[in-house]
Design a protein around this ligand. Structure first.
Ligand SMILES: NC(=O)c1ccc[n+]([C@@H]2O[C@H](COP(=O)([O-])OP(=O)(O)OC[C@H]3O[C@@H](n4cnc5c(N)ncnc54)[C@H](OP(=O)(O)O)[C@@H]3O)[C@@H](O)[C@H]2O)c1
Length: 302
């Protein structure tokens, strides 16, 4: 093993942005790349086609996160230097996890936070964590998505019945989860700086054609795969390949060493929404999320 050899984990590396990011990372022979997906067999097979390792991970399930961390620890890989928190879901109706938690919040936010915390002991500094967020976190951007909710973590985890159409509510929970990703990135950047673990957030831009619309109607999926793809000439519209290269750069490029606490659109650091930068709110989200994780773990132990 050369001294520069390192492992980078990309969650949700079986499709879209994560797959392209992982593909890029495998071009450097010093990178051992681990991609994750919910179906272990499919993920391992796909990983082999790009020279990566595949492991099963369902972020909506604490036992699955635990299983992944155990498999990762037993795999005897080069030092863990990067974690790309990329996996994401977007629903078109209220969806709950097996624990009865709202699934967008549980997967995109809480699942990734739990994964980071469970992997912390495995990082070798200097290391990097990237949270994939989205312009939809910002009410001042026109993204076509409902604005994020202002609510406590507990309210987001166990919400009352929708007060708007089920589809609009589900889409709002997506933009809210992307705000939570960003708030968590800022909080962890401060928390992990003394350990030389940099934490940054990334907006890949709109990437029509990825699997993100898998829960949508057949007509909507057709539009996402075909008509929307033609929009790639518009500003802010990207391809998974282009954004995957940017994300890989963020995860591994030497010129990004030690830079933390940034939000980047592509490769450009930008100012995120006012709400995302409120430190008291970031802290409250983090504290309440730890409580929710502890409750889930206690339930799983029973
Ligand atoms: N597409 C866009 O326009 C856009 C814009 C801004 C931000 N983003 C963000 O970019 C990231 C990647 O999205 P994408 O567009 O590339 O979507 P995608 O093609 O659907 O990829 C999502 C990945 O997440 C994995 N995944 C789904 N459910 C999971 C779960 N419960 N646990 C663990 N992994 C799970 C999927 O793997 P398996 O199905 O194999 O489990 C897949 O590899 C997301 O965080 C999304 O919010 C996307």
């Amino acid at each position: 093993m050369a001294s520069s050899d390192r492992t980078v984990v990309v969650t949700g590396g079986t499709s879209g942005l994560g797959y392209e990011c992982a593909r890029n990372l495998t071009r450097d022979p010093h990178n051992t790349v681990v991609i994750t997906g919910r179906d272990g067999t499919r993920t391992r097979e796909l990983a082999a086609t790009i020279g990566a390792r595949g492991m099963a991970l369902d972020l909506s399930s604490r036992p699955s996160v635990g299983g992944f961390v155990a498999e990762f620890a037993a795999a005897d890989l080069p030092p863990l230097a990067g974690l790309v928190c990329n996996a994401g879901v977007q629903f078109t109706r209220r969806t709950l996890t097996a624990d009865g938690m709202e699934a967008t919040f549980a997967t995109n936010h809480l699942g990734h936070l739990g994964l980071i915390l469970d992997l912390l002991a495995h990082f070798t500094a200097p290391a990097r964590i990237i949270m994939v967020s989205s312009g939809t976190h910002d009410p001042e951007q026109f993204t076509g998505m409902p604005h994020p909710l202002r609510a406590t973590a507990r309210e987001l985890a166990y919400p009352p019945s929708p007060t708007e159409s089920a589809q609009r509510d589900a889409r709002r929970r997506y933009s809210t989860s992307k705000l939570a990703n960003l708030q968590t990135a800022y909080h962890l950047a401060r928390e992990l700086a003394p350990r030389d673990i940099a934490v940054n957030a990334f907006d890949p831009g709109l990437m029509p054609g990825t699997g993100l619309a898998r829960d949508a109607s057949a007509v909507q999926r057709f539009g996402w795969k075909t008509i929307a793809r033609a929009l790639v000439v518009l500003p802010g519209v990207r391809t998974p390949r282009g954004s995957g290269a940017d994300l890989a750069w963020l995860a591994a490029a030497p010129d990004r060493e030690g830079i933390t606490g940034q939000y980047l659109v592509g490769r450009t650091p930008v100012r995120s929404s006012v709400a995302s930068r409120d430190e008291a709110v970031q802290q409250a989200l983090y504290r309440d999320s730890l409580e929710l994780l502890a409750e889930l773990d206690a339930r799983a132990d029973r």
